[in-house]
Design a binder for this molecule. Structure first.
Ligand SMILES: [Zn+2]
Ligand SMILES: [Zn+2]
Length: 339
């Protein structure tokens, strides 16, 4: 099968023939229909990312963890629940499916977890992909391949907004207008926030009630002029050094901060800012299976619509070039491979 293969940090991905996956116990094989490029994939493929070094990706890895596909093969252990031809997405890992963490929808806490698309298990930048039956979710007819591939970033935003315990009418500040910032903004709107103000160098309107250009405007003053108050919650959705400090600077006394952006570099903060304001700082990681389920259901019923997040879909031939351009082009939002 064809796949977009990682060769070395800083080198473009190579479209190469690779061995097709063979199914393990309780697994499904899908023909990948769509797979989104995640910011973390761009970071992993770079030598010096502002987010810092992730564990180095082995040569020959296939990335991609935001995918949809059609089942083409079912392992015997999964045959009672799944059949060929079903349209699905899956949590981007394969775990045991039966331990307490797995049953609670948090398979990433399973002792046996292996992650899809980050060097551990091959990912969705390929024609075919192995997924775990326990981690797979059906896509209803109302969720097409593209929107289905947005379920993963939408679940990240949903998990973050759940952690914030918003009250209807709250004013919130979202730092970062990438896919995760926009997903967070959409969920804040959905859960009744009155002002959802997104702040970035190139602020994106989607999901926001207003935007602030972070390097041209004074953020706190402008927020107060728009919302008439300071933010009840600040969501940090960038994940590079310096952002946690900015979130603390922008939060008011008694405010809450949700750290969604995954910063893997050493960062420095002034704890006294957070202490003197008595801030509540909440780190969040990934999502639960239930977040995927709710995102799929609300997409199907058109209660939430992230489709404007999708900048482009490209085939294998254009994929390595587009992947390279996304490392510097911060105007593009979500780009997907259609293998
Ligand atoms: Zn991702
Ligand atoms: Zn488990």
């Amino acid at each position: 099968m064809r796949a977009a293969v990682f060769r070395a940090a800083g080198e473009p991905l190579a479209i190469e023939p690779v061995a097709g996956p063979s199914l393990g116990i309780g697994e499904l094989l899908i023909a990948v229909k769509c797979c989104g490029i995640c910011g973390s994939d761009l970071h992993m493929a770079e030598l010096h990312s502002p987010a810092g070094g992730m564990s180095p990706l082995p040569r020959g890895s296939v990335m991609g963890h935001e995918f949809t596909g059609e089942i083409v093969e079912v392992s015997p252990q999964a045959a009672a629940s799944w059949r060929v031809g079903e349209r699905v997405t899956a949590l981007p890992y394969i775990a045991c499916g039966g331990c307490h963490a797995c049953l609670a929808g948090q398979g990433y806490r399973c002792a046996q977890v292996r992650y899809t698309g980050i060097g551990n298990l091959p990912g969705g930048y390929a024609e075919f992909l192995r997924i775990g039956a326990a981690e797979t979710l059906r896509l209803p007819d109302g969720v097409d391949w593209q929107r289905g591939a947005l379920v993963e970033p939408m679940a990240v935003g949903l998990h973050a907004v759940n952690a914030a315990r918003l009250v209807a009418g709250d004013a919130v500040l979202v730092l970062g207008a990438g896919p995760i910032g926009l997903a967070t903004a959409l969920w804040c709107r959905y859960f009744g926030a009155r002002h959802v103000i997104v702040c970035d160098k190139v602020p994106e309107r989607l999901g926001a009630t207003a935007t602030i250009a972070i390097d041209r405007e004074e953020v706190v003053g402008r927020f107060k002029r728009i919302a008439g108050t300071r933010p009840a919650v600040v969501f940090e959705c960038v994940g590079v050094p310096g952002m946690q400090q900015l979130a603390m600077d922008y939060a008011p006394a008694g405010g809450r901060i949700i750290i969604v952006g995954v910063c893997m570099a050493t960062d420095h903060i002034e704890p006294v800012k957070a202490i003197s304001k008595e801030l509540t700082v909440n780190y969040v990681f990934m999502y639960r299976r239930q977040d995927f389920e709710l995102a799929i259901d609300l997409l199907d019923r058109e209660r939430i619509d992230p489709s404007a997040m999708l900048t482009a879909t490209v085939g294998f031939d254009a994929f390595p070039g587009v992947f390279e351009s996304l490392k510097t082009d911060k105007r593009a939002c979500k780009v997907m491979l259609t293998p």
